[in-house]
Design a protein around this ligand. Structure first.
Ligand code: AKB
Length: 320
């Protein structure tokens, strides 16, 4: 059966790159890009079907599924960690009520769903180093709470109703196309823009804050690879630890200096985002994803920095 895919959150950091990636694999006409309150990128609108939907409106969402004859949803619409602390009620509404609607409509229309979770699904009493797949999950941010609840809800819909819901726990995602918004790991993208444009960056996290990260091409690969995985080989579903490397701001600054020697980093700590980062793992163990569906990143830390500097410099100089 031909895949008919709908992507929510298509104007966001991951969505804006996942849509072209999916269109390349499954055909432009088979991937419907859906945004909500942010305009969709022109390239997305010009290369295939696109629409607007508020995932909190169950009838509206069901109507889009019917209209485009959808059999798979990549549900990316979400409020991230730092924005979630500014408006916890909105984070709950979009991340939980939105997800509930997407799962409920799936009961009737039987589509598969990709549901991203995050390193935020862990908390201060989770083992910090080499965090296991199955471990203590008592996050302290509203975003993290919605991620754990979402993982459990997705597994519940699989067990109770056979809804094929699968997900990964994304680390911080680094990319040069669409900037992230409202996350704690955003520093790892901002630093590149500032290094290239102004040769200096003031970081809101402490120099030694270790966090898992991944380059966008690997994040896209992981998401599709999991959705294409043989269901009989999956022991877990929601959600798999996946990571590429574990770094801190000082390590990232040193690597950037290899390309921009004048680059200077200083620090002005934001207590909210520092508190969130301190409650997350330093590094995750992603061996279950490797064993159950063959996950393996293509980019290590130095390869990511090299590619980011090259691609982002070309983009920013072109825009000047
Ligand atoms: C955030 O920082 O909130 C996100 C995430 C790790 O889920 N990038």
């Amino acid at each position: 059966m031909a895949k008919r895919i709908l992507v929510t959150g298509a104007a966001g950091q991951i969505g804006s790159e996942l849509v072209p990636f999916l269109r390349n694999i499954y055909g432009n006409d088979n991937v419907v890009a859906c945004g909500h309150n942010k305009p969709l990128p022109v390239e997305i609108v010009n290369t295939g079907p696109s629409d607007y939907v508020d995932v909190r409106n169950v009838a509206e969402f069901a109507e889009k599924i019917k209209k485009y004859d959808i059999n798979m949803v990549y549900h990316l619409a979400a409020i991230l960690s730092a924005s979630g602390e500014k408006n916890p009620q909105l984070a709950w509404d979009i991340n939980i009520n939105g997800l509930y609607n997407v799962l409920e409509v799936a009961r009737e229309y039987h589509y598969g769903i990709f549901i991203p979770s995050s390193i935020a699904a862990f908390g201060p009493n989770t083992p910090k180093v080499n965090t296991p797949q199955d471990t203590i999950q008592r996050p302290t941010s509203m975003y993290g709470i919605t991620k754990v609840a979402g993982e459990l809800l997705a597994d519940y819909y699989w067990k109770k109703y056979g809804v094929d819901a699968r997900g990964v726990r994304y680390p911080g995602i680094i990319s040069y196309v669409t900037p992230p918004g409202g996350g704690t790991t955003d520093y790892a993208v901002e630093i590149f823009y500032e290094a290239i444009l102004h040769k200096r960056y003031t970081c809101f996290l402490k120099h030694d804050t270790m966090l898992d990260m991944m380059y966008m091409p690997d994040a896209l690969k992981a998401s599709v690879q999991l959705m294409e995985a043989d269901p009989y080989k999956l022991k877990h579903r929601n959600a798999f630890n996946v990571t590429s490397f574990s770094i801190n701001p000082s390590m990232l600054a040193e690597e950037i200096k290899k390309y921009i020697p004048e680059f200077v980093i200083d620090y002005e700590i934001d207590p909210v985002r520092q508190g969130i980062a301190d409650s997350w793992p330093d590094s995750m163990d992603d061996s279950c994803a490797r064993q159950e569906w063959g996950w393996k990143p293509d980019y290590d830390f130095p390869a990511m920095v090299k590619d980011m500097i090259e691609k982002l410099s070309a983009k920013l100089l072109k825009d000047k």
